[in-house]
Design a protein around this ligand. Sequence first.
Ligand SMILES: Nc1ncnc2c1ncn2[C@@H]1O[C@H](COP(=O)(O)OP(=O)(O)OP(=O)(O)O)[C@@H](O)[C@H]1O
Ligand SMILES: [Mg+2]
Length: 514
Amino acid sequence: MPLGISRSSLIETELKAMYQVSHVLSCSLDPGEILRGVLQELHEHAGMERGMVSLLDPGSGELSIGAVHTGDPVRAAAVRYRAGEGITGAILKMGKTVVVERIADEPRFLDRLGIYDAALPFIGVPIRVGDGTPVGVLAAQPHTGNDGLLSERAQFMEMVANLIAQNVRLSWQVEREHRALTDERDRLRREVRGNHGFDSIVGRAPVMRRVFEQVRRVAKWNTTVLLRGESGTGKELIANTIHYNSLRAKRSFIKLNCAALPDNLLESELFGHEKGAFTGAISQRKGRFGQADGGSLFLDEIGETSPRFQAKLLRVLQEGEFERVGGAKTLKTDVRIIAATNCDLEAAVEAGDFREDLYYRLNVMPIFMPPLRKRTEDIPDIARFLVAKIAKQQGRPLKIVDSAIRILVRHAWPGNVRELENLLERAAIMSAEGVIDRDVIALSGLEDKIAPNGFTAQPAMLDLQNPDVDERERIISALEQAGWVQAKAARLLAMTPRQISYRIKTMKIKIRRI
Ligand SMILES: Nc1ncnc2c1ncn2[C@@H]1O[C@H](COP(=O)(O)OP(=O)(O)OP(=O)(O)O)[C@@H](O)[C@H]1O
Ligand SMILES: [Mg+2]
């Protein structure tokens, strides 16, 4: 730029420079790149050499260098200013523009960066956000101080600083929101993992311990797992546990119930489809295999699929390749399969309903979920666990007492844990006070269809005379121990027959023999 230009030609060049600056500001999302670009434009189009932008670090209250422009490389990041320190710190503290004709004459000048030319003027302006708070400093050296236009140049720098401020504010906001989102994502991940940890599966019976051991061992490998077991035994629960304890835990866990869809829909659901592949395929769709890439796919009720579908599935399992419905392109996928069924797959293979090759491909690591009637000793723990879960869902305290549990333990539970969970949910609704006792269990309909499993829980050895134990529970327990002979129960409780019969009446204890 020529020396000694007129005021009007300065305005013209600055207008051009401003246009370039605004362009830089809208072109990138990287704050460092933007600020370097702005300083570069100021140099090239507005005659402002040797510039620097420093920004406030809200955490420390110090200024750090956002960008420097000299032409020579500078170790910018290492330099920091406290508010009030040096000329840059002073501009931040006062929130005022500083114009100096010769920087060497300015006593506050520290030259920490060593970028300034001592003989040139200096203009430093605060960068302010909405409420006027200074959040940084824009500084540069006009290439001359002899044209009497320093205050015009300072005004121009203030305008540029305002534009930068918008950008700083936005990038802070984006960073804050991004941090909030990643925190939330990490919290949710921890929560999901917590919900699917081993703590969420209750069981101490030896058959369940074996299942836990198998799950623990298999989780960390990519092996295909086949979960077998009656309805309601916890197959889906185990599938979740395997995924969330595997190396794929941070990736997607996608579920598909193969029995829920007719064959053609199942295929497009699993593999996706191209636009126009069939009537209603108005756009391309990814399919569950695509969604689960890198993660795990749970194929529930795998025994309910057709031979045609089984053939397609076999190919993905063997080659890791598939095509979308109506598509010619072969897609690759890296998915861990966890399948489940309550069918007798061996019989289905024998009958020709299930492909033998697929059976062997899936059956790499079978895990058998034992029915609840084979682990009756777990019923009390599972019942208490489920009551706590229901209490959390209903947002109120709930308690199940021992007399109720003793009834539950005698039932055969053909619907397994799911049936138990449904019954307890009904019982919880029936219980106004939040206490699930034997009467509430009776109300929820178990007694009508009780199918004894031959297992009778011994009444807990309550200290029948202990006044801290709920009296109604003590009386029920004594009655159970006495085979419901009231006189005998009265003796156990050190009561007279009259006293016990009075209490049975007032406490509305129904005499029954279950
Ligand atoms: N051992 C267990 N501890 C705690 N909760 C369990 C246990 N087993 C099953 N459940 C709970 O019982 C319910 C049924 O389990 P799940 O859906 O996993 O069974 P499933 O075998 O997939 O049944 P289906 O074949 O009917 O689909 C779920 O709410 C699950 O959380
Ligand atoms: Mg299931």
